[in-house]
Design a protein around this ligand. Sequence first.
Ligand code: CMP
Length: 143
Amino acid sequence: MRTLIIIKPWAVSRGLVGEILSRFERRGIRLAGLKVVKVDRERAEKLYAVHKGKEFYESLIKHITSSPVVVGVLDIGIDDPEGAIRLVRKIIGATDPAKAEMGTIRGDFGLRIDRNVIHASDSTKSAKYEIPIFFDEDELVEY
Ligand code: CMP
């Protein structure tokens, strides 16, 4: 089962990429694809289409396009797809870093909800929508 993660600008500029990726690796989750991307407005709008119209939408787009991000596709080797999504979201923690448990990525490295260091798809449906925004199928490896 594959899902998308985005290590956001604030985490990349603070040098937290290795630390964040190791959280998934240590759990036995494999990387199927990984790249550094400067997200343009078009891609950002596609990624965050569900948030269009919300009061934080413009600042969300501004932040994700402000400096490079690291996008990755995680391959979670368990049979239950929704369980796999829940596992990744458990590792990253609650959206608001103030509410995220210590020991989660957002709980350990986040401060502000609008710069919460990492994004992950919140359902199998959103993973299927989000992965092709950043990766062609031939850029993803199965092993
Ligand atoms: P992310 O997982 O990237 O998905 C959408 C993002 O919107 C979310 O992380 C937060 O960074 C941001 N977000 C969600 N809710 C709020 C909010 N109430 N105020 C500001 N930013 C928000």
